[in-house]
Ligand binder design. Structure first.
Ligand SMILES: [Zn+2]
Length: 262
């Protein structure tokens, strides 16, 4: 129950549950989300060592925890990325998306390394298209390259997470069919509030980005915080929370069709 009204279900579309520093308290976090009425959590990965933990969670919380497989944004270990791509191809039946992948020009300044990370990102876009899986994208200061790559190597179903680019870049990503997942930092970020107002309702998703992007600087994010995001969106957009939760749930199933087949 949120604000006294029943909501049909909320899904956290982006949480790093299999990350080494989260995994130690993962059962507690997942049970909190179950108890809080969430309908599901999509785990995203960035390293090869997360893959077995990710599959373990999918097995242990069948129908509640789903996983995508991805690789460190701005990473340039072609061998590691290749290994993860191979597993994603072989175990496509177990995953609901490709991600988190992308480019990060705040983290990667070197021109050559940027080129390598672009090369790897293009491979992920191509793989997502091949496997017909949604691509979960991270981008910081690299939106123009992301847009160019998606335009050239797409179309691919895509979700942009914690978007921090400008208005015209957001419009381009919308034209490319992207969904946008809104993190708990909406509680403290004017940029995220402006973004939410700019986007059409049918492209909004919820994410916690556990353990990053919490509602306050001192509190690590947890999947339960997507309820705060929903509340904030409802207030900000002046849409009834029950109606909004239904719209976002429909968006989530459209963006991640394999969730509804479980
Ligand atoms: Zn993330």
């Amino acid at each position: 129950m949120v604000n006294g009204q029943r909501i049909r279900g909320i899904i956290d579309t982006h949480a790093h549950l299999s990350r080494f520093d989260v995994y130690g308290r993962v059962d507690e976090i997942i049970n909190e989300a179950l108890g809080g009425g969430l309908l599901g959590i999509i785990n995203v990965t960035m390293r090869i060592d997360e893959v077995s933990r990710a599959f373990d969670l999918v097995n242990r919380y069948r129908g509640f925890v789903f996983t995508a497989l991805g690789y460190n944004y701005g990473g340039f270990d072609i061998r590691e990325a290749g290994e993860i791509m191979k597993i994603a191809g072989e175990r496509a039946d177990l995953i609901v998306g490709i991600g988190e992948v992308g480019l990060d020009y705040v983290k990667v300044k070197d021109k050559v390394l940027r080129e390598i990370s672009k090369h790897i990102f293009i491979k992920w876009v191509t793989l997502a298209k091949e496997l017909d899986l949604p691509l979960i994208i991270h981008s910081r200061d690299s939106e123009n390259d992301v847009i160019n790559i998606l335009s050239r190597y797409g179309p691919v179903r895509c979700v942009v997470h914690a978007f921090s680019g400008n208005r015209s870049q957001a419009m381009r990503l919308l034209e490319l069919g992207c969904y946008f997942s809104i993190p708990p930092t909406i509680a403290r970020s004017q940029q995220k509030r402006d973004l939410a107002r700019l986007l059409p309702l049918d492209r909004l998703l919820l994410e916690s980005d556990t353990p990053e992007l919490g509602p306050s600087v001192n509190e690590p994010s947890r999947p339960i915080h997507v309820k705060l995001v929903l509340n904030e969106l409802s207030r900000l957009l002046n849409v009834d929370i029950y109606e909004l939760s239904n719209v976002i749930l429909e968006n989530t199933v459209r963006a991640f069709p394999k969730i509804s087949r479980r």
